[in-house]
Write a protein that binds this ligand. Sequence first.
Ligand SMILES: [Zn+2]
Length: 370
Amino acid sequence: MVAAAFLWENGNRNYKINNLTPLSTMGQLGVSLGTGKTNGGSVDKLNSQKVPAPATPNKVYYRNKVIVLMYHEVTPDQIDAGTVLVSKFKRQIELMKANGFKWITMKQYSDFILKGTPVPDNAVLMTFDDGYESFYQYAYPVLKEHKVPATMFIILNTVDNPKHPGIPKLTWDQIDTMHENGIDFYNHTYDSHILAPTDASHKAARAVLAGPMYLEKLKRKETKEEFKLRVKTDLSKAQAMLKEKLKNDIDVLAFPYGAYTKSTLEVCRELGIKITFTVKPGINKKGQLNGYRVNAGGVKNDPEELIKLMKNGAEQKAKKLSSPFDLLNQGPLKTLEHVVPEPEGHRKSVVKNTKSQAPSVNVVGSGKAA
Ligand SMILES: [Zn+2]
């Protein structure tokens, strides 16, 4: 049963709308999500005309700090605004290598953040979100070739789960293969990568880790305690699965849409998830438990500009949001129009599922129907 009117399909960039959504909203969604594709060609053209800056392999840009890069999909064609081309991704890797950036593992990152264990100068942690199958096909071969350690944040209930429609996700076989070859897998929730309404009007939706949701059956909002329990149940299920399947010995979580509250953080710390990640840009020092990430994916990415930014220690001129989902963390609830246009992360995809394949996620109830 689908309890929510609005579901941002788990880990998919397509916005799922059922018949309760006003048509006017759908029109706005189409317009805002569609713009990325038309930009693709012109950005590529621009990049090819640039003269690359000379490499500075022996320079220290920052010390005792880590830049965490965030990606979603790496694909051979610009499918939409949220993906980065394989060619650009390769260029990024080459530029990082040529300019003396040093990739570290999540374990090194965790030890650095928690205990101050030294990391190399110009340390970089590569992270990917959502567990798309394309990661195995396109990003992993590049990482493997260049011996780049990386972390993938997976939505546990989408792995090997044909009941989760939409963009294909990784299988456990693929995960096992990659896990043996330098890729770590951590928590992107068990099944809470969705938006859901917060009141009966269904006019506004919010990431389900960002606060109490509206309970359709009971015709009221969750209490703070119910919210915490729901989050705790979801996250601990994911933790248990990661431990069982991959023998993970540290617990790390990336918040879907970068959305969280003080309560969500409290739950994480209660569960022993000491390291979490937002989608806010910045650089991480010792003690930065809720980490910053620089978006290195998306159609707008320019590898040369990325390297320039990294050489500046991820300092950006203006306090720019790396994702519209940052809005979810700021102030009162936003309307759909505010949260939907996601140009860098979750790309729009063809909604293949019909009514019979609709996601069976009960986002606001105590459990989920299979
Ligand atoms: Zn995600």
